[in-house]
Design a protein. Structure first.
Lengths: 332, 431
């Protein structure tokens, strides 16, 4: 009893310094993270919520707020063939960029994970494209893929092939744009995956090697399952980035918003065209929210897929290929 | 504490983003009022307007003024930039160049710009062509744009290529060959067919220019005279021009409308519809000082004289130095400076005195063509057409898109091209 009261007394009789230190202990962490959340509230949360408001009105960019129209902006957008064209282009460019990018990034990371000479040099090198400004990358690649007298057109002419209409036909344009994205992001993703690979305990590889597992085998059965959480992170960020692609298709033909006939107009470019040249801010805001929902949806699908792929790998290790494994071991 | 790699990266990223925020702010606050007594005026222009040749002189005459100029690549970029900044209510340059195609959209929100009558534009009202002055005036009578140039049109052509093909290659000869004063688009394309047949080379680079030029020749363009009612569907004249252009797609080079320097040097086209401001575009494809490019400029336009384009200068209401900015804008739009811009890049003065100053001007690039005299002829009796709020949208995204498909051989009949255009029109503009 006396101990308890004594304890209480001590607490209430804390000196100012002690109180301050107590306060510091309890609240300072929040203060340290506050700048981010204050900035986020101002620059992130507020615009997001305000966009909902805008999307419910007939809202002209220049003349401002008009009549309340409810969900009409969403309905018109979803009925607009140009929106679905942009949706198709976005998915196409996303697949053409995300898939090869992640495959390449994983391979590069696996190579860099090996004991190679001058490893820092190689690691820095793969990050170099990421340092270049996206606008600069887009300008250079737009020249390379220039339908009229660019180097690739020169090559196809040299080999006597029909020129590819990079700026005019949808699919070649998508490939050109995906190439810019891949150029920029492959190395970045490779480094993130490399970090995950470095965290895998080396003795796992050693034991597997002792059991006779070859390099490829160890990669599929140890590396891939072990980097799964990072892989999911990379896939999700690639999804968010890939579906919001804007700079590359905008600059691929800067005088239009994704090609004169919308051959490579992505959803964000559609949104941009709606907001600025066409000045329909309400529909642009509605498009932003539709895009948000699409990203959440695709993100969830990717999350589900990447979970199953990686976990299948684990089960596959244990059961059917044991015979092969021993056979491998015997051969050695 | 050991600085881990991750914290180091985070710290770097933090500094970098802070730097971004800071630089972002400093561009806004560039009034320079505290560095001595200097006032910095910002001005945003586009394309090749030529008015930049006057900045140095103004700064010399007004040592307290520093001009910070931004030139955007084309009118479309300038339009989107101006729209975004008007919507945001901040960020407009002190002086903004406005293009005729989107002038009427700006007129709807003209209070984003000062009324230049408050700064004395009325004292010199008689300088300008009446219609040019009227274009920069909104429905309430506020003058929000000071006229810079107008766009009387002639034809830029490659005399050397025509001569090599056995066709008349001098100014008068070429003009006569396509019909002189009575030249029609039909006779123009006939000449083109002959050129391509004889030379084996394409005649023009992109068909949309003949379209835009033709639309501007009509008494009423995409809109009726009220500037509100669309005038496209059931417009037999427009449909007829569409048929004619598509039927002559075989002599086109299938190139984009702009940025065709390499192809120009490779003789891949031999003609360019040239409103005054286009002279700078064509000569811009070559190194400065070039005089042997083969380009010449003829006093002729199929279908008769017409105005295509032209620019205005507005002073932003949000400017911190409206007085000084308006003074500079009016100075830049004054006859002497319009004349200097014409000498530099070709945009023809919208002031009578300015036109008089350049009437003897010749262009070394265009085979010493008397451009001043030719444009004076081409501008006679020309009045700009009434534009509506979606004019530039219709030009770029409806017909521009269709002619891109025509030039790529995707649309091969006038009917198909017209149908495609009407479909786009319904999507983009509605009724």
């Amino acid at each position: 009893m006396s101990a308890v009261t004594a304890g209480r007394r001590t607490r209430s009789q804390l000196s100012f310094r002690q109180k301050l230190s107590n306060f510091d202990y309890k609240f300072s962490p929040y203060l340290y993270v506050a700048p981010f959340f204050v900035l986020f509230a101002l620059l992130g949360a507020f615009p997001i919520i305000y966009t909902v408001n805008v999307s419910l009105y007939d809202w002209n960019l220049l003349k401002g707020q008009g009549d309340f129209v409810g969900l009409e902006n969403y309905a018109t957008t979803l009925q607009d063939p140009f929106f679905w064209n942009a949706f198709g282009n976005t998915i196409s460019i996303f697949l053409l960029s995300a898939v090869p990018q992640l495959v390449m990034a994983t391979i590069i990371a696996a190579v860099l994970d090996q004991a190679i000479r001058a490893s820092t040099f190689w690691r820095m090198s793969v990050l170099l494209p990421y340092i270049a400004a996206p606008v600069a990358v887009a300008v250079i690649f737009t020249q390379i893929f220039n339908q009229f007298g660019g180097p690739i057109t020169g090559l196809t002419e040299f080999f006597g092939l029909d020129p590819i209409r990079w700026g005019y036909d949808s699919f070649p344009a998508h490939i050109a744009i995906a190439t810019m994205v891949n150029w920029r992001w492959t190395g970045y993703n490779a480094l993130i995956l490399l970090a995950a690979m470095q965290a895998i305990p080396r003795d796992m590889y050693e034991s597997a090697a002792l059991d006779g597992a070859g390099r490829i085998r160890r990669f599929w059965s140890i590396t891939i399952p072990m980097i799964r959480p990072t892989m999911i992170f990379v896939i999700i960020t690639a999804t968010i980035g890939g579906l919001q692609i804007f700079t590359e298709p905008k600059l691929f033909d800067s005088s239009s918003n994704g090609g004169s006939n919308r051959q490579f107009q992505t959803i964000v470019l559609y949104l941009y065209e709606m907001a600025f040249p066409r000045r329909d801010f309400g529909r642009a805001a509605a498009t932003a929210w539709i895009l948000f929902l699409i990203i959440v949806l695709v993100g969830l699908i990717n999350y589900a897929i990447s979970r199953t792929i990686a976990s299948q790998d684990i089960t596959r290790v244990r059961t059917p290929k044991r015979a092969a494994l021993t056979a491998n071991g015997v051969r050695r | 504490m050991k600085l881990s790699r991750r914290t180091a990266v985070a710290a770097l990223a933090g500094t970098a983003s802070l730097a971004l925020v800071l630089t972002g702010c400093s561009t806004d606050g560039g009034d320079g009022g505290n560095s001595g007594d200097k006032i910095t005026l910002t001005i945003t222009t586009f394309g090749t307007m030529g008015i930049d040749v006057n900045y140095e002189k103004y700064m010399e005459e007004n040592p307290n003024i520093v001009i910070e100029a931004t030139n955007l690549e084309d009118g479309g970029s300038a339009r989107d930039d101006a729209y975004a900044k008007i919507a945001a209510g901040t960020g407009l340059s002190d002086i903004v160049a406005i293009e005729e195609g989107w002038l009427s959209t700006i007129a709807e929100v003209s209070d984003a710009f000062v009324d230049l009558r408050d700064y004395g534009i009325e004292d010199n009202k008689s300088d300008w062509l009446d219609w040019k002055y009227a274009q920069g005036t909104d429905a309430q009578g506020r003058v929000f744009g000071a006229g810079l140039d107008i766009g009387p049109q002639g034809l830029c052509f490659r005399g050397d290529l025509f001569e090599a093909a056995g066709l008349p290659g001098d100014r008068e000869g070429f003009a006569e060959a396509i019909g002189g004063e009575n030249a029609t688009w039909e006779s123009f394309f006939e000449f083109g067919q002959e050129y391509t047949a004889k030379s084996g080379k394409p005649f023009y680079h992109n068909p949309s220019f003949f379209w835009n030029s033709f639309v501007n020749q009509q008494a009423e363009g995409y809109y009726k005279k009220d500037g509100k009612t669309l005038n496209i569907k059931d417009n037999a004249a427009l449909k007829g021009q569409m048929d004619l252009i598509v039927a002559n797609a075989n002599i086109g080079a299938g190139l984009p409308g702009w940025g065709v320097a390499e192809q120009a040097k490779n003789d891949e086209f031999a003609v360019y519809v040239c409103p005054s401001w286009m002279l700078g575009v064509v000569s811009g494809y070559y190194d400065a000082g070039t005089t042997d490019s083969g380009w010449d400029f003829a006093d002729v336009l199929p279908g008769g004289a017409a105005n295509w384009g032209g620019a205005f200068l507005g002073v932003a209401e949000s400017s911190e130095h409206k007085e000084e900015a308006a003074k500079l804008a009016l100075w830049l739009a004054a006859p002497e400076q319009q004349a200097a811009a014409f000498e530099a890049a070709g945009p023809f003065p919208s002031t009578l005195k300015g036109q008089d100053l350049v009437k003897d001007s010749v262009s070394a690039f265009f085979n010493n063509a008397p451009v001043g005299e030719i444009f004076t002829n081409r501008a006679k009796g020309v009045v700009a057409q009434v534009k509506g709020p979606e004019d530039s949208n219709i030009q770029d995204n409806v017909f521009g898109a269709v002619f891109d498909r025509v030039s790529q051989g995707e649309l091969t009949t006038g009917d198909a091209a017209w149908a495609a255009a009407m479909e786009l029109l319904d999507q983009l503009v509605g009724e």
